[in-house]
Design a protein around this ligand. Structure first.
Ligand SMILES: Nc1ncnc2c1ncn2[C@@H]1O[C@H](COP(=O)(O)OP(=O)(O)OP(=O)(O)O)[C@@H](O)[C@H]1O
Length: 629
């Protein structure tokens, strides 16, 4: 059974996946030192990210956080002053008096730190969602800017999934933790400065105490990231299947084919794999952190032992030792916080690099936008020896095809399933760029036109039209969303597409929301959706209309109507028609017959019938089926 062979988790929890579920990406092999070296770049990127979202708020957060850090540092120095004063030799009132100025400074510093930290938190609270918004918008902008072929590239889709999955959040967190790192750095500088003044030998002890914790944190982050990298394809598939189990559209087929158990088993298997992997990783993370903490504890003990030795051997005064003990305590706290937040920056930086990687990849794949706009109308579109292959495909979907479309003509593309008709239509619509050959509009190569302007001259009725979760009116008007659409115009388009009648029967007529996912939403039948798609294409009012099986779901009357109107529309326009219904093709001005991506016959109906080739075969087969029925 397929489910049996799909995925297996070995006893030790290692992943064994089919080839299409493994990520080809190399795992993160960063070492601790590399992480430390990477930190300044990440902090700079965090700054840039915040700056792009809001320069004012980013500056405010930074200034306030650093000022709060400075106030905390002043507080620390004044505590040392207080201890110094209190632990002096001499009568108590004098010692108290000596400590008073430092105490006053401590109170002022604490109050200032409180105020500054609150203001910083408020500014930070504003900045964080702004960064999220900017990151999400950037991702969506780039996702929609790449050409359609990129969407068929599994590598790009994997990168997009990773960027979507954690990248946007990571962008926000890199900024959040990046700011905290700066604050802790200021605090640490104060503690280290105090210690260096009190006794320089104590400083390395401080560092020694924190290195193991930092190492453990970085190693844990890396373990987690590597495991996520390995699991990303598993999650993607699991989410896809979980969506199908919960979505409305496949609900009927799911029950009719009683595939519930089969799919549940698949989802369960995928979940099991990720659970096993996560349990395995968490075990290793806990062991790593335990080792880090034990070593840190040992080093802290050593720092205090050194302090006692300095005191015992008379190398340090009691007052100084008291202040040093306090500074060590604070310093270790600051260093731990710094290690923790720096590691958070590094950890999120790994996911953030997915976000950046995706942005770079998409920018490289973004369509070129030459300044020349496609002409409003054309007389002739010519495809000359065009070849197009999908990414990773072994065989070209369209091979060496030459086609000429003239204004006012109806051109039909026929052929068996998979012969390349839809792909050729997509090339005509400017959705795919051929790898070989040229497409010219009145002699000008389309690559010289802004691709968006080419597509503006084309209206397409897709094989599976998109069911936009919008009102019936907008589902038609979206065909020309850039122009104001009066209800009268929308109604006209609906009439042309034979959709007006059923729309008027909907509870709120043109304002009815066409989505069952919302209250009061309505759904349409397959044929009604198709008529709406035809209306949308009519509404687009473009010189080139491409209809990819526009009538597959239509009843005989509706089909007849659509073709009658299509013929009417062809005057002054060009219509490309893809259909398996040979009777609808008869009246086309020119028919191209495709087989395995190549044009094998062309001509009008009479010529092709006379040639007695593939077209005649397909036509006679259908005609005889009708006659015998
Ligand atoms: N997005 C895609 N990615 C990879 N290969 C694809 C993609 N779409 C189609 N193909 C492949 O390209 C070839 C031509 O497909 P196309 O959809 O153009 O055929 P068609 O003639 O329109 O078929 P049908 O009559 O079934 O609609 C097929 O072998 C198909 O497997």
């Amino acid at each position: 059974m397929a489910a049996e062979t799909m995925l297996t988790a070995q006893d030790d929890g290692e992943l064994e996946l089919p080839y299409w579920l493994t990520s080809t990406e190399e795992a993160a092999n960063t070492t601790f030192l590399q992480m430390v070296r990477r930190l300044p770049r990440l902090l700079r990127e965090a700054w840039l990210l915040g700056w792009r979202a809001s320069p004012r708020t980013t500056t405010a957060v930074l200034v306030l956080q650093v000022a709060a850090g400075v106030a905390a540092a002043v507080g620390l120095i004044s505590v040392v002053g207080v201890l110094d004063g209190l632990l002096l030799a001499g009568p108590t009132p004098e010692r108290v008096r000596a400590a008073v100025p430092s105490l006053a400074l401590l109170i002022v510093a604490l109050a200032a730190r409180g105020l500054l930290a609150s203001a910083a938190t408020a500014a930070h609270g504003r900045l964080s969602p702004m960064v999220y918004e900017a990151a999400e918008m950037r991702l969506l902008d780039l996702t929609t800017r790449v050409d359609l072929a990129t969407f068929d590239d599994p590598g790009w889709r994997d990168a997009m999934e990773r960027a979507r999955d954690r990248g946007i959040n990571a962008a926000q967190q890199v900024v959040d933790h990046g700011i905290e790192v700066l604050t802790h750095l200021v605090g640490l500088a104060a503690a280290a400065g105090v210690l260096a003044v009190l006794h320089p030998a104590l400083l390395p002890m401080l560092v020694l105490a924190v290195v193991p914790t930092a190492w453990a944190a970085v190693r844990s982050a890396r373990l987690g990231y590597r495991s996520k990298l390995r699991l990303i394809a598993v999650w993607r598939r699991q989410r896809m299947l979980a969506y199908l189990l919960a979505a409305r559209e496949p609900a009927a087929e799911l029950r009719a084919f009683t595939v519930r158990r089969f799919l549940l088993t698949e989802v369960g298997r995928l979940l099991r794999i990720s659970t096993l992997e996560e349990i395995r990783v968490i075990g290793r993370v806990v062991r790593t952190n335990l080792a880090g903490q034990a070593l840190s504890g040992l080093a802290t003990g050593l720092a205090y032992a050194m302090l006692f030795w300095l005191l015992w051997s008379g190398r340090m005064e009691l007052a100084v030792a008291g202040a040093a003990a306090y500074a060590i305590n604070i310093g270790i706290g600051k260093l731990s916080e710094l290690a923790f937040t720096a590691n958070r920056v590094y950890e999120q930086g790994l996911y953030f690099s997915d976000f950046q990687g995706f942005c770079e990849l998409s920018l490289a794949r973004a369509e070129a936008e030459p300044g020349l706009r496609a002409p409003e109308r054309f007389t002739e579109i010519r495809l000359d020896r065009v070849t197009f292959s999908y990414p990773d495909a072994e065989r070209a979907a369209v091979k060496d095809v030459s086609v000429t479309l003239r204004r006012g003509q109806i051109i039909a593309l026929v052929g068996e399933n998979g012969s390349g008709k839809s792909t050729l239509a997509a090339v005509l619509a400017g959705l795919y760029r051929p790898q070989r050959g040229t497409v010219t509009w009145d002699g000008v190569d389309v690559t010289r036109f802004d691709p968006e302007s080419v597509r503006e001259r084309v209206a397409v009725v897709m094989q599976e039209p998109t069911r936009w979760p919008l009102s019936a009116r907008l589902n038609i008007a979206i065909g020309r969303h850039d122009r104001p659409a009066t209800l009268a115009r929308v109604r006209e388009s609906a009439m042309a597409g034979d959709a007006h009648e059923f729309v008027m029967e909907l509870p709120r007529e043109y304002e009815t929301l066409l989505s069952r996912h919302f209250t009061d939403g309505a759904d349409l039948s397959g044929g009604q959706w198709q008529r709406l798609a035809v209306s949308r294409a009519f509404h687009r009012d473009a010189p080139l209309l491409i209809c990819d099986e526009p009538t597959a779901n239509l009843d005989a009357r509706a089909e007849h109507e659509v073709y009658r109107r299509l013929r009417g529309l062809a005057a002054g326009r060009t219509v490309v028609l893809i259909t398996h219904r040979m009777a609808s093709v008869r009246e086309a001005d020119r028919i191209y017959v495709l087989d395995h991506g190549s044009v094998v016959e062309e001509g009008d109906h009479q010529e092709l019938m006379a040639a007695a080739g593939l077209y005649a075969q397909l036509f006679t087969l259908q005609a005889s089926a009708y006659q015998s029925a």
